[in-house]
Ligand binder design. Sequence first.
Ligand code: UDP
Length: 408
Amino acid sequence: MKIGLVSFHTCPMADLGGKDAGGMNVYLLNLAAKLDSLGHTVYVFTRSHQHSEDSDIPLGVRSKLVHINAGPAESPKEELINLVFEFSRNIQIYMENVDLFFDILHSHYWLSGLVGDLLSKSWQIPHVITFHTLAKTKLRALTVGDEHTSRSASEYKLMCSSDKVLVLTQKEAQDINQLYGSFGNKISVVPPGVDLEMFYQSDKNLAKDKLSIPQGSNTILFVGRIDPIKGLDVLVKALSMISLVEESETILYIVGGNDDDNEYYQSIKSLVAEMGLDDKVIFTGSIPHDALALYYSAADVFVLPSHYESLGFVVIEAMACGTPVVASRVGGIPSVVEHGSTGYLIPWRCPEAFASQIEVLLKNKDLHRFMSKEAMKKAYSLSWDASSEKAANLYSKVISGWINTQAI
Ligand code: UDP
């Protein structure tokens, strides 16, 4: 198959952990590479940006990442809606020049969906969409937000006009049906994978040494974009309540975030200072994806206190490295974290509840060992090979269904 993937607002190669680069970027690169290894040709289209290269970047044997001009390179995300037409038109021109035709388009996030909608109609090919996050689930979790006013209406229209909505978890399917309307038959669940060559358990003491973390200390880890949806304030408050472990130091590593003008990042740093936790919290900034396994392995507990997560790739990565997880019971997290087996799920935005489950794990070595094994078992059941094969099968079905309807 020849497959076009659209990632308009974020470059799959962007540095992860920054404002708009996280799980979706990881998903796209892995999906494209694995589809290529299955023999498909995949072109991933993203917008040219300040750091993009002039030439296309190979992704496997036949596939590539293509940067397409649309508006000024530094255009903010809020402006992108005005560039949908230009971006789509320039993809068309690119495709005319390379003389290639896609069998199917798969767009990612609502802004890309608008592009995929235009192109699929123009090229008369089917369109699959994955939203990754939805305006209504985000607003429900945060109650305030600065989403574009047309976002949820556009999402609804895209659910209606696309040929298939591919979601990563059953919970996302439920959210769509509950918040947007009944799209039952149109939704297919394709769970993602984890790169087990990158994320695997290594010796905890050695990992601590490599990161200069004192042996015997309790290490709590958060990894992610530094965004209000991640609920970091809850984690900082929880840290202030952990007093159990006599004599041994407790350290919280906050990994991610690289922009000084991120107000939320500044507010978390201020909270840490106000609570007198400066010597217990280390802000590392963004860490390259392929260097993260060391942090996951060094950590005793991984914590994700998010208000909402469509999935939470970091949870799977931590589990693949044998680190039990304490996370909010929200969105797709319960599809990966099993309460009492691979970690703990906390139903409230409640620092006390996080603190007490983190303490339980830090105190009980046997329990920790058990959960570490269960966590790895679960993570090892998720592979990108299986995920991309499932996606490819779905594309084939959508294409044949689409051809049949055209024939009527
Ligand atoms: N990540 C990274 N370096 C960082 C912070 C995050 O490589 O400094 C990666 C992390 O390993 C994960 C992704 O960014 O693969 C975040 O995905 P997740 O689904 O957890 O969160 P999202 O960003 O999609 O909300």
